[in-house]
Design a binder for this molecule. Structure first.
Ligand code: C2E
Ligand code: MG
Ligand code: MG
Ligand code: MG
Length: 281
């Protein structure tokens, strides 16, 4: 189409394409360096039990601050890391760092149920994924009962039998498993019933405008009912208002996380969500 608009437009079009390609390349190069330079860090977002608002764990979320490019969102660089083959190393770094943080909290007498770590589909595709997780748990010393992995429906797109097999192994180790962004990806109820998972996460795109949007409200209710019928716990992500929380609570949703309770924070800023073993905050 650009070509038909005439010479100048064509030139403009290719120029902007080149610019975009250059930006991508810069980002790629920076991403390659970020691991070695320790430009990544983790923040943690509390998860709460809806009925009494007791804290029950955290989701670890990666952050990247590049000295030149500034802060780059994981929504941008995680897909890029998948594309250029860096997700495996980044994923391992996240897992190790989160496990070490968990051990540190436990050593300090702080209690939490689980730390959740996001797992990209491409990590799950590797046949040494389960071994690596086992190794990281051994090396860091985090008891398996304190780890949860968040996988997405898209991990079932290739070789679902192998994925189901691996998830079963991870579950048998005592790791909790949840399906992240549930309802936004490749969903198959047939797989869902066979997956050895513990929780469904209602995607924030369905949570944002409940109870006002009739469709999303219906979807949120249906996911809760479906999950409970399959003996799964339901967690809502992206809870921002009291109204959303109240609706979810009334409709039996088990857990929640979102800005209403806390933004993702650095580990030092989580004291109120980490009760001490002796019960004093
Ligand atoms: P996700 O796993 O679904 O994580 C939830 C995202 O929603 C996070 O964005 C979180 O900061 C944000 N969020 C939480 N509460 C609220 C809220 O009340 N309102 C709104 N508007 N947003 C909320 P973040 O940290 O930018 O991460 C985006 C996505 O990047 C994640 O979505 C996940 O898919 C991916 N990601 C982040 N960290 C990692 C990681 O360590 N490994 C992998 N593989 N992916 C990651
Ligand atoms: Mg997640
Ligand atoms: Mg999510
Ligand atoms: Mg999401």
């Amino acid at each position: 189409r650009a070509k038909l608009d005439g010479r100048n437009n064509y030139a403009f079009y290719t120029e902007s394409m080149t610019k975009q390609a250059v930006e991508q390349l810069k980002l790629q190069t920076a991403l390659h360096h970020a691991l070695a330079n320790e430009d990544f860090y983790l923040v943690y977002q509390p998860k709460l039990t809806l009925k009494d608002l007791s804290p029950c764990g955290f989701e670890a979320l990666i952050r990247w601050h590049d000295p030149i490019l500034g802060d780059i969102s994981p929504a941008e660089f995680i897909p890029l890391a998948e594309k250029i083959g860096l997700i495996w190393d980044i994923g391992l770094w996240v897992l190790k760092t989160a496990c070490l943080q968990g051990v540190e909290w436990l050593t300090q007498g702080k209690t939490f149920e689980r730390i959740s770590v996001n797992v990209a589909s491409l990590q799950m595709q590797r046949n040494d994924f389960v071994d690596k997780v086992r190794q990281v748990l051994l090396e860091t010393g985090l008891p398996t009962k304190h780890l949860e992995l968040e996988v997405t429906e898209s991990c079932m797109m290739h070789n679902p039998e192998a994925i189901i097999h691996d998830l079963k192994l991870l579950g048998a180790m005592g790791i909790a498993l949840s399906i992240d962004d549930f309802g936004t990806g490749y969903s198959s109820l047939n797989y869902l019933k066979r997956l050895p998972i513990d929780k469904l996460k209602i995607d924030q795109s369905f949570v944002g405008d409940i109870p006002h949007d009739v469709n999303n409200t219906a979807i949120a209710k249906a996911v809760i009912a479906l999950g409970h019928a399959l003996n799964l716990q339901i967690i809502a992500e992206g809870v921002e208002t009291e109204e959303q929380a109240e609706f979810l609570r009334r409709n039996g949703c088990d857990l929640a996380q979102g800005y209403l309770y806390s933004r993702p924070r650095l580990s030092d800023a989580l004291t109120e969500f980490l009760p001490l073993v002796n019960g004093i905050k």
